[in-house]
Design a protein around this ligand. Structure first.
Ligand SMILES: Nc1ncnc2c1ncn2[C@@H]1O[C@H](COP(=O)(O)OP(=O)(O)OP(=O)(O)O)[C@@H](O)[C@H]1O
Length: 231
């Protein structure tokens, strides 16, 4: 579904991603892992079209998207939930959800019922300001807002960061449903190991901008955890 090949990225003269290859199969959840600063968010930024790449290739199904602007990628079905959620605190829940409607692949007129089915709390809080929601509810809103565009590939950057455990569990179950029941493809950055083992089918570990492991999640062993993930 998504294939990144020999990707190199620089911030100025600083070489950040080195010949990165990653394969994200259709209908599965792939987790990008690694310690702080290894390049996970940078890689997501490249896939989303928010950062230019120096060389290499990014393919979405049969389309080479390496040099397409971010809005074209969104229209091709790439949804993004950024780190820190970035919801609009002074807009209501409903207004936050509506933001993406007109930029979708088809011009959608209303928020799909699925969003409120997945996140009943957003239905209950439609009229409340985004800024009044708890951190967990804001994360649900950010995921809901990305789903309004009905993406085929959903990208999430640390969706459980700073969130209470019961909502972490709920978000995990929703990601599983998106893949298993709706055939959505998910690429996620996550640091919490137990959450990763719960939701991911596959993992890729980055270390200092390079891919050092790419396997099915059952193959994530203690040695890799110690070598590349433990701080
Ligand atoms: N805008 C920027 N300009 C220059 N260097 C940057 C910029 N953003 C990130 N970096 C550097 O690029 C490297 C990779 O950062 P990145 O945020 O992609 O890592 P990460 O694995 O997502 O880390 P974290 O888990 O802390 O979010 C780091 O050394 C970081 O300092």
């Amino acid at each position: 579904m998504l294939r990144v090949e020999k990707l190199n990225q620089y911030y100025g003269e600083s070489h950040t991603l080195w010949d990165v290859d990653i394969d994200v199969p259709q209908g599965e959840c792939t987790c990008l892992m690694g310690r702080n600063g290894v390049g996970k968010t940078t890689l997501l930024g490249c896939v989303m079209g928010l950062l230019p790449v120096r060389s290499g290739c990014i393919r979405l199904e049969d389309t080479d998207i390496t040099h397409l602007p971010a809005d074209r990628r969104a229209r091709l079905g790439v949804g993004y939930v950024p780190q820190g959620r970035q919801i609009f605190p002074l807009l209501t829940v409903e207004e936050n959800l509506c933001i993406g409607l007109s930029t979708g692949r088809e011009k959608l007129k209303r928020i799909p019922d699925l969003i409120f089915e997945l996140f009943p709390v957003l239905d209950e809080m439609r009229g409340r300001l985004g800024g009044d929601l708890s951190g967990g509810q804001q994360q649900q809103l950010a995921i809901g807002r990305a789903l309004v565009l009905q993406p085929t590939l959903l990208i999430l950057d640390e969706p459980t960061e700073g969130i209470q455990p019961n909502i972490v569990q709920e978000i995990g179950e929703i990601i599983r449903r998106l893949c298993a029941e709706m055939g959505m493809t998910v690429l996620l950055v996550e640091q919490k190991l137990h959450f990763t083992r719960l939701v991911a089918d596959r993992f890729t570990i980055l270390d200092r901008g390079r891919v050092v492991a790419s396997e099915r999640i059952e193959r994530l062993d203690e040695e890799m955890v110690q070598q590349y993930l433990t701080v």
